[in-house]
Design a protein around this ligand. Structure first.
Ligand SMILES: [Mg+2]
Length: 234
């Protein structure tokens, strides 16, 4: 399997595990300002996506991403399927020639653009866009201006997404089901921004372990292993 394709399959599996372990937390967040389905939707959708991409024969990154998106579209109801899944399908061709700094930036920008269009959401509406926008802008700047590697840039982007999640707490929702609550949405963290951060954190973990210096790894190289006990999730 291509090293990059295998890394993306591993990333989808890592996201599925993480969202399963965050299922009740995301449900709690969505209970406060939504309809309490986000934890179940994301856990179920990504578990199905992980199974689907594991079946692919020697896939390239774009095929893994497209299959993930199509599976989310078919498994996840409501707004989340088109937002998370449809946007992955739409952005996947940006990775047609593999994952490079430039293609990763193009993928991230196209994904954000599609999420914004489908959700008709902008920064400040208290949605996943509040995590995604600073993350994508930071990623692009880190690669194009600060000349970081994609993995270094992704670490910066994850930090920016985390600040974006915090920013959703004190603001009033203007899009999605939470907007029906008006000012009563203030003080609650947005579940979509939160799951977006979790997905990005898992991408960073896998990218750090597997993609940092792909040109130095022979095709059959063992992935670097992370010693037990050094990775904490909280
Ligand atoms: Mg919901």
């Amino acid at each position: 399997m291509s090293e990059q394709g295998a890394a993306v399959v591993a990333a989808v599996a890592a996201v599925a595990d993480r969202l399963e372990s965050e299922r009740s937390h995301l449900t709690d967040l969505d209970s406060a300002i939504g309809d309490a389905d986000h934890g179940g939707n994301m856990a179920r959708g990504w578990a199905a996506a992980s199974e689907a991409v594991a079946e692919l024969d020697d896939p390239e990154p774009a095929e893994v991403v497209k299959t993930t998106g199509k599976t989310l579209l078919s498994e996840v109801g409501g707004a989340a399927g088109p937002l998370y899944g449809g946007s992955l399908v739409f952005a996947s061709p940006e990775l047609a020639d593999g994952i490079t700094a430039d293609s990763a930036v193009a993928f991230a920008e196209t994904y954000l653009e599609k999420v914004q269009d489908r959700g008709d959401a902008r920064v400040g509406d208290k949605t996943m866009v509040d995590a995604l926008t600073p993350a994508v802008h930071t990623f692009k700047k880190s690669v194009e201006v600060d000349d970081m590697t994609p993995v270094e840039a992704l670490a910066k982007a994850v930090a920016a997404a985390g600040r974006g999640v915090d920013y959703t707490v004190p603001i009033r929702a203007s899009k999605g089901r939470a907007s029906y609550l008006g000012w009563r949405s203030v003080g609650h963290q947005d579940p979509g921004a939160t799951s977006t951060l979790y997905i990005m954190e898992e991408l960073l973990d896998v990218a750090t372990a597997r993609l940092e210096t792909p040109e130095q790894l022979p095709d059959d190289a063992e992935s670097p292993t992370i010693p037990d006990g050094e990775v904490t999730e909280d």
